[in-house]
Design a protein around this ligand. Sequence first.
Ligand SMILES: Nc1ncnc2c1ncn2[C@@H]1O[C@H](COP(=O)(O)OP(=O)(O)OP(=O)(O)O)[C@@H](O)[C@H]1O
Length: 287
Amino acid sequence: MKLDIQNVSKRYNRNKYGLKDFFITIEKGILGLLGPNGAGKSTLLKMIATVSKPTDGIISLNKNNIAKDPNYMRKQLGFLPQDFGVYPNLNAYEFLEYMAAMKGVGGNNLKPRITQLLEGLNLIDAAKKPIGSYSGGMKQRVGIAQVLLNSPKIIIFDEPTVGLDPEERVRFRNLISDLANDSIVILSSHIVSDIDTIADKVAIMKNGELLSHGNQEEIILQIKDKVFETIISKEQLTSFKTSKIVVSTSRKKSQLLVRYIADKPVENSNKKEANLEDAYLYLTKIN
Ligand SMILES: Nc1ncnc2c1ncn2[C@@H]1O[C@H](COP(=O)(O)OP(=O)(O)OP(=O)(O)O)[C@@H](O)[C@H]1O
């Protein structure tokens, strides 16, 4: 399994690019695609899912150009788009039957497959109730079930944790970890904690460009020895921010404990171990 994105651009109009000269090679495992709003994550994922086509460059799966042969991708794809809508009047079972028909999945195995997915995603008790009555987390599990209908080898989740409560986020993360096996799983988010515990590799993007790609250790290495903590007064914060990248602040009596990134620490700072959140903030601020 090899997904190659070679110098891909998506131009929406004369001077608006959703993606610019983007390149990345993705192999099996979980890739966390991180970027702030408007970074181009959905633009990229929709092109991989053959919902739209690049204006320049080539996306190939195992050396097959998917713009020329979209069915090669579609047969192996499970895609949960950001704005995934479900049909409120159908129940989960009916919805999955409908989606199976859309994907061309059928045969004698379909019914047991749907039951297996509903069981695996803890939806079997609600399977005969209309989806309109489900919680956000349940609707999302229906979305995941439709992704897995055709046992896909390329699995794409675009911002799947939006609208989920913290407990549902944890459940979702556990579920994804079980999926990876020998598939490519791409998971986009603008929240580091959604992906840092499950992603084998991370790609950080902004303004339609790739800022960094690698395993988490490689990405964190870029800010090793640059993360510190110190205590300042509240009044100092604004000027402090002009020369340092502030990761977080917390109140410490009448003062502030500040975690920050800088080449050189200010006086009375403690060096801290860098993490992916620090690296993400650093890369998206300096670029
Ligand atoms: N159909 C479109 N026409 C014009 N511009 C678009 C279109 N779709 C996206 N864009 C622009 O392309 C850029 C990338 O958008 P995209 O939705 O891919 O980002 P994203 O990283 O997925 O962010 P978000 O999480 O906010 O969806 C943004 O500036 C967006 O406004």
